[in-house]
Every structure is written in structure tokens, then in C-alpha cells.
Design a protein around this ligand. Structure first.
Ligand code: SF4
Length: 216
């Protein structure tokens, strides 16, 4: 099938990308952000190396039918690609028993709206990385202040969609010991709690005191 959806890699079995589910996880190329702690900056290039086609993904899912609970689209940032709703619809059509999960930073709320407003492309579960409070986000991910407001608009929209029972939402963030994000964690937790959600905290590894990835 034709879809603008570059795949950097596929993990055929994963138990960590959607809590409680055994998934195939698909990693797209490209990310609009450059988080200080990013462990995989090669994935930030939207024109980076691809290793599989959408047809090959469908073949893999067919070969594992009955063995998987779901497919998770991750990145990079999967919502960068116009083909994402097309691919989700194809998964729904061919594998109706399979759940669909999405990892996103929510940088483009219009794409999140587009996905969720149409039941045929709506993920069943979303893992949203909020990263930081709006005023801190630009310094952590390299976005503009407007980009930070957009990401928080996605949080608001997805929280409402979750409250309406349209999808399940996990909100998470990454912090490092001694950094500004750890200092602001109580406020971030309050903001997320005020939207009726828990914040899942991931600790960054192999970073310096400013959170910059230093490799291993
Ligand atoms: S959003 Fe994810 S892939 Fe993009 S720069 Fe940040 S950590 Fe890396």
C-alpha cells in the first residue's frame, strides 16, 4: 500500500510499550524536537534510514496474528507523518482484533485532533510525553514558546478524550536527578492531576547534570 510513513525499525514483540499488552512496536523516522536527554538522536532525522515498508509491517502483523495484543506506533514522532492515519486504518481493516497504541509528544495538536476525531484512525491507547511545564519546555526540547503551548493543547485535548471514554491515556515525563525538571516535578504532577490523570515518571540515564545525554 502507498503511505507516507517511513519506518526506522520494528520490534516484533515488546512487553514495555503499552502497559499490560504484548505489542509489535513500530519506530518511525523523524522528530521535530531535540530533547537534551534523547538517547537516539539519529531518529530525529525525518529522512533517516528506513528498514521496512508498510507492506512488510502488515506481513509481520499477519504472521503474528493471535500472538499479539496490539501494535504501537512510536518514534521519533509518528504524528509527523501524513501516512499515520492511513496506516492505522489499514491495521484496523486487516486486523480488527488488534489494539492500536501511539507514543507522541503532542507537538502538533491538529494531527492529534485529526487522528482522534475519526473513529477509524483513533488510537485505543496513547502514551503522551509531557516533558515539562510550558515555560520550561523550550529549554528542554528546543521548541518555541508557541510549540510548548501546542504540546499542552494536545494534553488538554487528550485528557478530555480520555475522560469521555474515547481512548486510554498515559501521561509520562522524563526527569534527571538534580535538574530543573526534578525541581518542577511537584508542579507538573499538580497540573496533570488537575486534568484527572496520574503522571508516570521515567528517570533519564547516562545524562550529565544538565540532562544532556552523554552516551555509554
Ligand atoms: S521527543 Fe523523543 S525522539 Fe524526539 S528528541 Fe525527544 S526523546 Fe528524542
Amino acid at each position: 500500500m502507498q503511505a507516507n510513513f517511513p519506518i526506522a525499525g520494528i520490534m516484533p514483540f515488546s512487553a514495555t510499550d503499552w502497559p499490560g499488552k504484548l505489542t509489535a512496536s513500530v519506530f518511525t523516522t523523524g522528530c521535530p524536537w531535540a530533547c537534551v536527554y534523547c538517547h537516539n538522536p539519529a531518529l530525529q532525522d525525518p529522512y533517516g534510514e528506513t528498514t521496512a515498508t508498510v507492506d512488510e509491517l502488515m506481513e509481520l502483523l499477519a504472521s503474528r496474528e493471535g500472538l499479539l495484543d496490539a501494535v504501537v506506533f512510536s518514534g521519533g514522532e509518528p504524528t509527523m507523518h501524513r501516512g499515520l492515519p492511513v496506516v492505522i486504518r489499514e491495521v484496523r481493516r486487516r486486523f480488527p482484533a488488534l489494539g492500536v497504541g501511539l507514543h507522541t509528544c503532542g507537538y502538533l495538536p491538529s494531527r492529534i485532533h485529526e487522528l482522534v476525531d475519526d473513529p477509524t484512525s483513533r488510537p485505543d491507547w496513547v502514551g503522551l510525553d509531557v516533558k515539562a511545564l510550558p515555560e520550561t519546555l523550550p529549554g528542554v526540547v528546543g521548541c518555541t514558546p508557541a510549540g510548548a503551548r501546542n504540546a499542552w493543547e494536545s494534553l488538554n485535548f487528550l485528557a478530555e478524550a480520555s475522560a469521555a471514554g474515547l481512548l486510554e491515556l498515559q501521561v509520562r515525563t522524563t526527569v534527571w536527578h538534580g535538574g530543573i525538571l526534578e525541581e518542577q516535578l511537584p508542579r507538573l504532577q499538580e497540573e496533570v492531576a488537575s486534568r484527572g490523570l496520574d503522571l508516570v515518571i521515567q528517570w533519564a540515564h547516562d545524562v550529565d547534570s544538565d540532562g544532556h545525554y552523554v552516551g555509554v
